[in-house]
Ligand binder design. Structure first.
Ligand code: KIV
Length: 297
């Protein structure tokens, strides 16, 4: 396997993900928001690369995903697409880009596809079925997203686990089946009990991708910055940190600061030499001192 445009692994498509479920092979998904992280995520061999609207919180410093705009999503999708990933590149439809009408949903999905996305994700169940159907009819693959849907944080009264009781679980099951019928190729299940994650994964033909939805989903997704230890604040219960990248960055920056202040940086080998003989400064021209009138002296 080689990188830099010569990756010989087959491209991941929506069909690959369906086959993975049928073969009992777990789907791996991670978010990425720019060129270098997209290259690294893809080199790691993940199946689905998500340009999530979580970009708003982990990269742009917003308090929720709600302020994220289509312009911001477009900018990040373009950067990720330049990595030409082998993974399926899915882009989030941000808050208010699809809710108002199926026409909005198709237009904004089309904008993300033109910028390099290969599928779009949108949050919601039966209330967004007309949007899902319209996008699928426009030949754009759709990834659903149910459970703790962050764009509904104010309606949900905070980032709370969903579907804990039987009635709420049944409503999510109905939503999931409706999304499958409407043509979603997969569904992200976020912040629901493991038992419900397992039940939905069994009930659906299409693969489920869990985040805080237990081990029996058909795949798992994490936000890259959470996984790397590059996000701030208390991580959610389901986050496993695989590195302390914030610590690595802090240590490097403090070492640079100390080297500059002590004169250790830059060394001779990190500096340029002038052409031979050119290092003598020219003799300064003797300009006569200006005559200052006595009353101003
Ligand atoms: O925006 C995002 O990163 C997501 C994942 C957490 C699934 O929606």
């Amino acid at each position: 396997m080689t990188y830099g445009g010569q990756d010989t692994r087959p491209k991941v498509t929506v069909r690959t993900l369906r086959e993975a479920k049928e073969a009992g092979r777990k789907i791996v998904s991670v978010t990425a928001y720019d060129y270098p992280t997209a290259v690294l995520v893809d080199q790691a061999g993940v199946d689905l690369l998500l340009v999530g609207d979580s970009v708003g919180m982990v990269v742009l410093g917003y308090e929720s995903t709600i302020p994220v705009t289509m312009a911001e999503m477009s900018h990040h999708v373009r950067a990720v697409a330049r990595a030409r990933p082998r993974a399926l590149l899915v882009a989030d439809l941000p808050f208010n880009s699809f809710q108002a009408s199926p026409a909005d949903a198709v237009r904004n999905s089309g904008r993300l596809m033109k910028r390099g996305a290969e599928a779009v994700k949108l949050e919601g169940g039966q209330r967004v079925l007309p949007q899902v159907e319209a996008i699928v009819n426009a030949d754009i693959p759709v990834l659903g997203h149910l459970g703790l849907t962050p764009q509904s944080v104010h309606k949900l009264g905070g980032y709370r686990v969903q579907g804990r009781g039987r009635e709420a679980a049944d409503a999510l099951l109905e939503d999931a089946l409706a999304l499958e019928r409407a043509g979603c190729f997969s569904i992200v299940l976020e912040g629901i009990p493991s038992e419900l994650g397992a039940e939905l994964s069994r009930a659906l033909q299409i693969p489920t991708i869990g985040i805080g939805a237990g081990p029996e989903c058909d795949g798992q997704v994490l936000v890259l910055h959470d996984l790397l230890g590059l996000s701030f604040g208390k991580p959610a219960k389901f986050v496993r940190r695989y590195a302390d990248v914030a610590g690595v960055i802090r240590t490097a920056l403090e070492a640079f600061r100390d080297d500059v202040r002590s004169g250790e940086y830059p060394s001779a080998s990190e500096s340029y030499a002038a052409a031979p003989g050119a290092s003598q400064p020219r003799e300064a021209k003797q300009t006569p001192a200006p005559v200052v009138p006595e009353d101003k002296a």
